[in-house]
Design a protein around this ligand. Structure first.
Ligand code: 5GP
Ligand code: ZN
Length: 139
């Protein structure tokens, strides 16, 4: 189901915009690339973010991310690695609210996508308590 006000729903209507599509997914070049080869992979159906996307569809998106990242390695031998990520929610810097995975090639550590790992104050008690709670729900 397309969302009329969504730029990605509009983009995928025209196959000329795409580098790949199948029944449920599409991929296209990021218009404002962080590095050469920055590609976005999305489900065709509109879901606001990763959490909202049905898990099986998110898996289909991941399969295409894997395929395209491998193709980039073959196509651009200078690629040394990738940052493969999704921003979920405005607090996490999401700007377009149609689930997408960024494939961002990494050529040099100091350039392109950079991670600022400022640490919040999480105590060891906090870690142990949360571990217990989550494990009791998951196993
Ligand atoms: P977010 O911050 O939501 O994870 O990232 C949104 C991404 O979408 C950004 O990297 C931005 O450059 C890209 N983007 C935004 N508008 C357009 C557009 O109209 N066309 C394409 N190809 N990419 C877009
Ligand atoms: Zn959309």
């Amino acid at each position: 189901m397309a969302n009329k006000s969504c730029i990605f729903c509009t983009i995928i209507k025209d196959p000329n915009n795409l580098i790949f599509e199948d029944v449920n997914t599409a991929a296209f070049m990021d218009i404002n690339p962080v590095a050469n080869g920055h590609i976005l992979v999305i489900p065709k159906k509109h879901f606001a973010n990763f959490i909202e996307t049905p898990p099986k569809l998110a898996c289909e998106v991941t399969m295409i991310v894997h395929k395209i990242a491998n193709l980039l390695i073959k196509t651009i031998p200078e690629i040394k690695g990738f940052n493969i990520l999704t921003n979920n929610g405005s607090e996490a810097f999401q700007e377009v609210f149609h689930y997408h995975v960024h494939i961002i090639p990494k050529y040099i550590r100091e350039k392109g996508f950079l991670i600022n790992r400022t640490k919040e104050n999480v105590t060891i008690d906090n870690i142990i308590n949360l571990k217990k709670i989550l494990k009791s729900q998951l196993m």
